[in-house]
Design a protein around this ligand. Structure first.
Ligand code: AMP
Length: 190
């Protein structure tokens, strides 16, 4: 079983590359951001709670996020593997994912980090905001806040997987097909 974490700041291309990876490796793509937006679209209590954090560029509390992620995995146990996108974003989430994987007899194969400079991210996310309709994509201050949250709360997750040699940095700028090729080279190496 191949279980990947697609890692990187907002706008680093995780969603785009995840779709291509799903095609090639038939893994289940789980994006916590997408799951939250689905809940928001259905005006569920979970969605309403998540929205209040997302609109401020803050992370949704771990208890909510971890529970939602666990439900999604539990509902999809018969898959060849998972691509986790946007999760884990904190150390408690990292611990929860480790426990969940162990409980199911699996483990995380690799964390692939898409490296993109901050200024490029701002340009990309503002561009995405023109069509995504996401309130958190259309305000530069909010995008910079999300980058700051990533640097402060989420990068320690990279360091944890690095301790066991599972974190890899991928150049996330340039041609999308080339970036995909870099990701595949790492996966095919497993
Ligand atoms: P994304 O689509 O991954 O950029 O996520 C959009 C927003 O959803 C983030 O800015 C957070 O507010 C929230 N979110 C997504 N995933 C997580 C997570 N793993 N932990 C906490 N909040 C999250």
């Amino acid at each position: 079983m191949i279980n990947l974490i697609l890692f990187g700041p907002p706008g680093s291309g995780k969603g785009t590359q995840a779709a291509k990876l799903v095609d090639r490796y038939q893994l289940l793509h789980i994006s916590t951001g997408d799951l939250f937006r689905y809940e928001i679209g259905n005006s569920t209590p979970l969605g309403l709670e998540a929205k209040s954090y997302m609109d401020r560029g803050m992370l949704v509390p771990d208890s909510v996020t971890i529970g939602m992620l666990r439900n999604k995995v539990e509902a999809n146990l018969e898959v060849p593997g998972y691509i986790f996108d946007g999760f884990p974003r904190t150390i408690p989430q990292y611990i929860a994912l480790d426990e969940l994987m162990e409980e199911k007899g699996h483990s995380i194969s690799k964390l692939l980090m898409l490296d993109v400079p901050d200024d490029e991210i701002v340009v990309r996310v503002l561009e995405r905001g023109k069509t995504s309709g996401r309130p958190d994509d259309s305000n530069e201050a909010l995008i910079r806040k999300r980058i700051e949250v990533f640097n402060e709360e989420t990068t320690p997750v990279f360091d944890h997987y690095a301790l066991s040699g599972r974190s890899v940095r991928i150049v996330g700028v340039g041609d999308k097909a080339e970036i995909f090729g870099r990701l595949c080279a790492e996966i095919d190496n497993l």
